[in-house]
Design a protein around this ligand. Structure first.
Ligand SMILES: Cc1cc2nc3c(=O)[nH]c(=O)nc-3n(C[C@H](O)[C@H](O)[C@H](O)COP(=O)(O)O)c2cc1C
Length: 315
């Protein structure tokens, strides 16, 4: 029920201007190579991905949401991009949801969860990655949210020691500061998804569900571009994934030029699936794949590494 409400409210807001609009890519008038010479592959947590963008955690649990996940998984298989399912939390309580949760992908759980349940979830879903999401502000605004946070760090620490798969520490649209990044590095976590404050805003979503909302809390967080600016000096130490307000291939390229190795998309792709259907989303993803290559030609970048730094901030 809550997941369905999240989807409905998330799709009511449009992502218009974002922090990435303050940046311009390095545009070259004289191209140097062909589209077939462009290599869009990237490596995350030791796994090679053919394309540097993916469908990021959205949903799981309940018939409608499981159906959405099934379609997203089919779309990603067809387009050869990675798919990260949403929270496994409903599957911890419901056998049907456990069965329906995508297997051999990533499993997504919050820092509030007992490490034993997390380790079991990795096994039960035959997961390749563990996405551990963190969403303290959402929990605080959510009427039924968590109010106890003293175990969150210990849960993360224990899981990092015992996990059998690489871990991605994932924000949920509020961005990451330097201290969080340093904590992830100290814990030897393989990747962070900085998920910045530019697109889906869970403070706003929960305020909409709350009878006594606090709209000022929607201001909190660090934009996608600012989070990447903070993270870029750590790019040799940890894989940086960007998400939050990604609208088009140019946003993907800008994040890669700012140091991300891959870029996650949630709301924009969900919107296309819900409003226009599976084929429309496949067409859109195929278009992104091609246009990312066009942009790389304009930037004289034959591969993802060569994109780094080819971007300028304008005020
Ligand atoms: C409807 C909806 C549900 C989401 N559920 C989850 C979730 O279960 N787990 C998670 O880690 N992130 C979840 N997210 C957050 C996204 O993965 C992403 O971090 C955030 O939405 C920013 O990306 P966007 O602006 O492209 O939507 C959800 C996002 C949306 C829109």
């Amino acid at each position: 029920m809550r997941k369905k409400e999240h989807i409905k409210i998330a799709l009511q807001t449009k992502t218009t201007k974002t922090s990435l609009d303050n940046y311009k890519i390095d545009y070259n008038s004289i191209p140097l190579f062909n589209i077939d010479n462009v290599d869009t592959s990237t490596t995350i947590c030791g796994y090679k991905w053919q394309y540097p963008f993916f469908i990021n955690a959205i949903t799981a649990g309940g018939d409608e949401c499981n159906e959405i996940n099934k379609k997203l998984e089919e779309i990603c298989n067809e387009c050869n991009i990675e798919f990260f399912p949403g929270s496994y939390s409903p599957a911890l309580k419901n056998e049907q949801d456990k069965k329906a949760y995508p297997k051999n992908k990533s499993v997504n759980l919050g820092l509030d969860k007992d490490p034993k349940l997390i380790l079991k979830a990795i096994k039960d879903t035959d997961a390749k990655y563990l996405q551990m999401h963190t969403n303290p502000l959402q929990e605080m605004i959510m009427p039924e949210g968590d109010r106890n946070f003293d175990k969150w760090f210990n849960n993360l620490e224990e899981v990092t020691k015992k996990s059998t798969v690489p871990i991605i520490l994932k924000e949920t649209g509020f961005g990451m500061n330097e201290k969080t990044l340093q904590t992830a590095i100290n814990l030897k976590i393989q990747a962070v998804d900085i998920s910045g404050k530019d697109g889906t805003n869970f403070a706003q979503i929960e305020n909409t569900r709350n009878e006594n909302p606090s709209p000022y809390l929607e201001e909190i967080g660090i934009s996608t571009a600012d989070s990447l600016e903070i993270a870029k000096k750590y790019r040799e130490k940890i894989d940086i994934i960007a998400s939050g307000g990604i609208r088009n291939p140019l946003d993907v390229i800008k994040c890669l030029a700012l140091g991300a190795k891959a870029v996650g998309v949630s709301k924009i792709f969900l919107e296309i699936l819900i409003n226009d259907g599976k084929e429309a989303l496949i067409c859109e993803i195929e278009k992104w794949k091609t246009e990312i290559k066009y942009l790389m030609i304009l930037m004289h970048a034959k591969n993802i590494d060569e994109l780094y730094g080819k971007i300028t901030k304008y005020n």
